[in-house]
Design a protein around this ligand. Structure first.
Ligand code: ADP
Length: 161
């Protein structure tokens, strides 16, 4: 079985992430979406909430996806789950330097695990979780940027911080 993993913070999941999930899921038998349990505690949403939003928005039309959370080194988790490739999305040059460094480090630590980059689709190439949170905090319209299930949660969360 050919297993891919798409790791990230997903704080919260955006339509850009979902576009990558859809495209990556067609490249493997199973795609694991792996939510990083951030150590720095700067996430707006708790890990469990980030996981549950992903499960909710993937359940309708993508059926070879599993959503999990993980901590520790991604490559250790990849070995444990027999993952053959890591998926990352590239939006712009700004993403490249960071992604390049992580990909080379992961390759060094686990030479048998490849990193595959998917270019962001043009309509989502400007979308990031950070920008979505910023726009939402000023009550801007984010309805075309995130899945429906994220909107009420984002509003509730931003009103309580
Ligand atoms: P991280 O904190 O690991 O960067 P993110 O949740 O921000 O995690 O993103 C996970 C991955 O998805 C990264 O590779 C990022 O470049 C990619 N990504 C984020 N937003 C988009 C988007 N709009 N289109 C394509 N890829 C994206």
């Amino acid at each position: 079985m050919h297993i891919g993993i798409y790791p990230g913070s997903f704080d919260p999941v955006t339509n850009g992430h979902l576009d990558i999930v859809r495209r990556a899921s067609s490249l493997c038998d199973k795609l694991i979406i792996a939510v990083a349990r951030n150590q720095d505690k700067r996430s707006l949403f708790a890990t469990e909430e980030r996981v549950s939003m992903l499960i909710e928005c993937c359940s309708d039309d993508i059926n070879n996806v599993e959503v999990v959370s993980f901590d520790g080194l991604l490559v250790d988790y990849c070995r444990q789950k027999e993952v053959s490739f890591i998926v990352r999305g590239l939006r712009a040059i700004a993403d490249f330097e960071y992604e390049h460094a992580i990909a080379l480090m992961n390759k060094k630590l686990a030479p048998d695990v490849e990193t595959v980059f998917l270019m962001a689709s043009a309509e989502y190439s400007f979308v990031s979780s950070r920008m979505v949170k910023e726009v939402a905090s000023y009550k801007g319209d984010i309805s075309s940027l995130v899945p429906d299930c994220v909107i009420p949660r984002l509003m509730k969360r931003l009103c309580s911080v």
